[in-house]
Design a protein around this ligand. Structure first.
Ligand code: HEM
Length: 433
């Protein structure tokens, strides 16, 4: 990459561009080159890409960690929590009255956030989700069976296996029947990867402007709303032992949740929980193809699978960023961040920070503790982090004893997105025993 600096605090234009260019981010090596440049030369850099409100770019583990833990001085809700073009944000504000499509956990702060989060926090803790082990194992062994049926033939692990297994899990905990999974999958992909021509709103032409992209997103939310309204009505009548029932009947300050709060909660859980996890599962499979010695190590000592999963999630870092807004003037590494400034937290960069990880580009399951920030940290740390790790661990606990060998049978292809990204296609040939 040619790095041309523009002076001041600005990041080089090539680096600025790649941060908001979904297509350019398909080349992960180029993206990591840009992060590495920023970490080394300008770790609190400024970006003003065309069409976007300017923002600070944070690339060091220590800074991202400190900002994420300081939920008083750095808010989620005041501006968009994902880096969206101005026109798209304007459309959202005009439609919803705030910079968010819905106001769910990632979009709110303070006591309101704490009390809403506390409704489901305990449900997602390891000792609680442990009871789901046997159910998840059934989904995982069905996924492994797909590979066994294709024994020795090429299979697209990302599209045919990794995409569906986390979807079964998340739909199961929300109590959504299997026949509705394809609809949920399409909705999530349209929501998180609107720039990817393969994944955006099907059979409709590409949005021609950022404002149209905003409109397309609002249409996706309207679809979700319609769907979840019927789920909520059903759980009022027929309570079950699932998260949908927990939320539909939840009481906050003596009152049930409003329709808007419920929709936002459902939407965040339904969407946050599968593309992220399926990307990580695909990277785990990719790692097995790149490091053939790993398979025999994990077969000899399956207790290492949990560390293998953690390292996979560090390397995958499927969430490329979340944004924060400064609530007061503050100084970071000698730079003055003004009240109201928008800040991009680059998790994949934190997870390659040489000051925290020895040989950060190496895939090394020995890292213990593995202090990666792929799930964020602080008050907004991923609600589903234990669920995600458990489901990927179970998938590989089911797969690894049956796998004799695995190799790539074609090139890996990444999603074009600068928010949530990972392998979209991963052709592999598995020989099963
Ligand atoms: C938030 C990553 C899986 C639900 C987040 C955040 C990240 C993240 C980076 C923002 C943290 C912050 O702002 O500090 C991931 C990754 C996953 C994953 C890498 C898989 C490997 C899941 C799953 C669920 C989930 C399975 C299902 C429940 C959420 C929710 C939030 C969140 C509800 C918002 C939390 C809040 O703002 O209080 N996740 N996530 N995620 N995630 Fe995940």
């Amino acid at each position: 990459m040619t790095i041309e600096t523009t002076g001041n605090y600005d990041l080089p234009l090539d680096v600025q561009k790649i941060l908001v260019d979904a297509r350019a981010q398909v080349d992960v090596n180029r993206l990591h080159e840009a992060y590495a440049w920023a970490r080394t030369h300008n770790p609190v850099g400024y970006a003003r890409p065309e069409g976007f409100e300017p923002f600070w770019v944070l690339t060091k583990h220590a800074d991202i960690s400190a900002i994420s833990r300081d939920n008083e001085r750095f808010h989620n809700g005041d501006k968009s929590v994902t880096c969206r073009p101005k026109a798209s944000v304007e459309h959202i504000v005009a439609t919803t009255g705030c910079p968010h499509i819905v106001r769910g956990l990632p979009h709110i702060d303070g006591e309101e956030h704490k009390s809403l989060r506390s409704l489901t926090q305990a449900w997602f803790m390891p000792n609680s989700i442990q009871k789901l082990d046997a159910r998840f194992r059934k989904f995982a062994s069905a996924a492994v069976e797909k590979l066994a049926l294709a024994n020795g033939q090429s299979v697209d692990f990302a599209a045919d296996v990794a995409l569906h297994y986390p979807l079964h899990v998340i739909m199961d905990i929300l109590g959504i029947p299997p026949e509705d999974e394809p609809r949920m999958l399409t909705l999530t992909q349209e929501m998180f990867s609107p720039e990817d021509p393969e994944l955006r709103r099907q059979k409709k032409p590409a949005p021609s402007s950022q404002a149209d992209m905003g409109k397309a997103l609002m249409a996706v939310v309207a679809d979700f709303e319609q769907y979840f309204k019927s789920v909520i009505a059903d759980r009022h009548q027929n309570p079950r032992n699932d998260v949908a029932t927990l939320l539909s009947n939840a009481v906050l300050n003596g009152k049930p949740l409003t329709d808007a709060q419920l929709l936002a909660y459902f939407l965040i859980i339904a969407t946050a929980g599968h593309d992220t996890t399926s990307s990580s599962a695909s990277v785990a499979m990719w790692a097995l193809t790149q490091h053939p010695e790993l398979l025999s190590r994990l077969q000899a000592d399956p207790s290492l699978i949990a560390q293998f999963v953690d390292e996979t999630i560090r390397i995958a870092s499927p969430v490329r960023h979340f944004m924060r807004t400064a609530m007061e003037d503050t100084e970071i590494r000698g730079r003055t961040i003004r009240k109201g400034d928008w800040m991009m937290l680059c998790y994949p960069s934190a997870n390659r920070d040489e000051e925290v990880f020895e040989k950060p580009y190496d895939f090394n399951i020995e890292r213990k503790p593995n202090r990666h920030l792929a799930f964020g940290i602080g008050g907004h740390v991923c609600l589903g982090q234990h669920l995600a790790k458990m489901e990927i661990r179970i998938l590989f606990e089911e797969l690894i004893p049956r796998l004799k060998s695995v190799e790539l049978s074609g090139p890996m292809d990444m999603t074009a997105s600068f928010f949530i990204a990972g392998p979209k296609h991963l052709p592999v040939r598995c020989v099963m025993q």
